[in-house]
Design a protein around this ligand. Structure first.
Ligand code: C2E
Ligand code: MG
Ligand code: MG
Ligand code: MG
Length: 286
């Protein structure tokens, strides 16, 4: 009896897992093609400086335009790219493409603004990360003073001496570091204090229930104060309503990002939003 059960279990496990394995291999193969066939693109979501009431910069977000499937979101392929090692070529492409685009924007004569790039923990962990980045800066003409890297807690807080060294080197180049998805990882206060990070990006999950749960307001308020007490700027992502914006203004949040202001934009739409300055805080006039 029990042996039969065992056999059945093994059989059903194999049957259920096989399509997923095939699916991942297919995606991996298709991703290699995507890189070579230029199916990857970047879209750019504005970040708003609340004190200056203007666009502070844009965050580059990766999209995969598959010829048959259509647009594929990063959460559907970045984990696979990380498991297969493809993340290194993809990450390199993102930095290069982002920097080239920034230089093209500057050539149109608009004021300079910050370009933020997301960096995978695996990409950041590479020993040659800073060298590679520097060669892309040289090749493209990107000004490091306008480059920001978004790194997650998991890259920073697998806390080795080399992490600190890399962050210090980046800082010396004039590059800003922001801690993305803050609040979802497990950073300790002592680690946070020691990291050369300039911006805390509070994860979107914290604003979703801001007004439905009274404790949530206390938590987000404390996160903003923590950032400020450590000498950092604080950005809230995923802002979708004017009520959320008003609350964040009251709590002295520095920067915001979210659908309330703008969805991610194409390269050609970005300059229009850079010139626009007065519409962001429109609700104040009501
Ligand atoms: P993230 O860096 O935290 O980016 C924020 C995500 O929230 C983006 O999703 C953005 O489109 C979405 N978002 C922004 N505002 C709102 C809003 O008001 N409401 C809602 N519901 N969503 C909003 P996206 O583009 O799908 O990216 C998901 C994640 O994929 C990113 O999270 C980032 O971790 C990763 N990612 C994106 N591009 C890259 C990349 O070039 N390299 C790496 N390594 N990861 C990337
Ligand atoms: Mg990000
Ligand atoms: Mg984020
Ligand atoms: Mg996030």
């Amino acid at each position: 009896e029990s042996r039969r059960d065992g056999e059945n279990n093994i059989k059903s496990f194999e049957e259920s897992s096989r399509p997923q394995i095939l699916y991942n291999i297919e995606i991996e193969k298709a991703l290699v093609t995507a890189l070579n066939q230029e199916e990857l693109t970047l879209v750019y979501q504005p970040k708003i400086d609340l004190k200056q009431n203007r666009l502070e910069g844009v965050e580059a977000l990766l999209r995969w335009q598959h010829p048959q499937i259509g647009t594929i979101a990063p959460s559907d392929f970045i984990p696979i790219a990380e498991n297969t090692g493809l993340i290194h070529s993809i990450g390199h492409w993102v930095i290069r493409e982002g920097c080239r685009t920034w230089v093209r924007w500057q050539r149109t004569g608009i004021r300079p603004f910050t370009l933020s790039l997301n960096v995978s923990p695996l990409q950041f962990a590479r020993e040659d990360f800073v060298d590679t980045l520097q060669s892309i800066l040289l090749e493209t003409g990107m000004d490091p003073m306008f480059l920001e890297l978004e790194v997650t807690e998991s890259s920073m807080l697998s806390y080795e001496a080399s992490t600190r060294e890399k962050l210090t080197q980046l800082h010396q180049l004039g590059i800003l570091i922001s801690l993305d998805d803050f609040g979802t990882g497990h950073s300790s206060f002592s680690q946070l204090r020691e990291l050369p990070v300039q911006v805390l990006k509070i994860d979107r999950s914290f604003i979703v229930n801001l007004f439905t749960d009274r404790n949530q307001e206390a938590i987000v308020r404390s996160m903003i104060q923590l950032g400020h007490n450590l000498g950092m700027k604080v950005l809230m992502e995923g802002v979708e309503t004017s009520a959320q914006l008003e609350w964040l203004l009251k709590e002295s949040c520095d920067y915001v990002q979210g659908y309330y202001f703008s969805r991610p934009l194409s390269e050609t739409d970005v300059p229009f939003h850079v010139k626009e300055t007065t519409t962001y805080l429109e609700f104040e006039k009501r």
